[in-house]
Design a protein around this ligand. Structure first.
Ligand code: ADP
Ligand code: MG
Length: 280
């Protein structure tokens, strides 16, 4: 069964008021257990709205959001839905609640009333998963952005979600911090078998996912694998940057160089260029 299902979902903010904004319009997609999906789209395309709908923070104005068979409009299931889907947001500073790291990570499990032994085990496991065990007794305030975000991820992990949604959680980080988060996310997916929905506007990050869903103007524009990068013009029209190698390849193609569409990796580009050279 799919863990996440969006069935023809529409959502409008401030419905019925002059300021009504249609954020999503007939969005359908599903995410299976164990998948690593990137959700990409230009600013305002509806990505955060999808994240908020996924853990029942918002209810669809039309259609259904079903999490592990539970409809998010079913208020009695809300607790189970929030246990199933954990969301990590953009700014790690807004997600810190305690002055000692282990207390910060323990906050969620304490709130759901787990017993102290279980909490301790979960906190240790979560910090281990994000590679922050040695900072357990320290304070979050002196950490780098990437480290803070790893603590925020640990706080969500301690609730043992089956799906983790990262809403532009790398956007405020430098390249080193972004890489730290990507490595943690890949490890959670591959080793801990956690389903991942990574919302990002960095195409290099989207490339590391198994699948990419592209939102544009509140609708699903594309949903698929690497082959989507062959549709470079459509991606660009949707306000997305191509991966660096893809961007260079597209410029060369437009300049008449005979390269195949859909190049994404530097090695691939170098190889394609070398083959051209050997043909001449
Ligand atoms: P993204 O995360 O892709 O940037 P959002 O889901 O935040 O997109 O926004 C989708 C649309 O909904 C945008 O037009 C945005 O202005 C609008 N929107 C988002 N949040 C709110 C809100 N709290 N109130 C009113 N409109 C909103
Ligand atoms: Mg957003």
């Amino acid at each position: 069964m799919n863990l996440v299902e969006f069935q023809n979902v529409s959502f409008a903010y401030n419905k019925g008021y002059a300021s009504e904004t249609q954020a999503l319009d007939g969005v359908s997609f599903s995410v299976g257990e164990g998948e690593f999906v990137a959700l990409v789209g230009h600013n305002g395309s509806g990505k955060s709205t999808v994240a908020r709908l996924m853990n029942g923070l918002l209810e669809p104005t039309d259609g259904n959001v079903v999490i592990d068979g539970m409809e998010t409009t079913d208020r009695q299931k809300l607790f189970d839905i929030r246990k199933t889907v954990g969301v990590v947001f953009q700014n790690p500073d807004n997600q810190m609640v305690a002055s000692i790291i282990e207390d910060d990570v323990a906050f969620g499990p304490e709130n759901i009333g787990l017993d102290p032994t279980e909490i301790r085990e979960r906190v240790d496991w979560a910090l281990e998963c994000v590679g922050m065990s040695e900072h357990k007794k320290g304070t979050p305030f002196r950490l780098s952005g990437g480290q803070k975000q790893r603590i925020a991820i640990a706080g969500i992990l301690a609730l043992k979600p089956r799906v983790i949604v990262l809403d532009e959680s790398t956007a405020m980080l430098d390249p080193v911090g972004r890489e730290e988060i990507m490595n943690v996310v890949e490890k959670l997916n591959k080793e801990e078998k956690i389903t991942v929905v990574m919302i990002t506007h960095f195409m290099e990050e989207a490339l590391r996912a198994d699948r990419m869903i592209v939102l544009s103007g509140g609708k699903v524009l594309m949903d698929g694998g690497r082959e989507l990068f062959e549709r470079a013009d459509e991606l660009t029209a949707a306000g997305l940057d191509l991966p660096v190698a893809g961007d260079v390849a597209e410029r060369l193609r437009k300049d008449g160089v005979d390269l195949k569409a859909g190049i994404t990796e530097p090695d691939e580009l170098v190889e394609a260029l070398c083959q051209l050279k050997s043909r001449t």
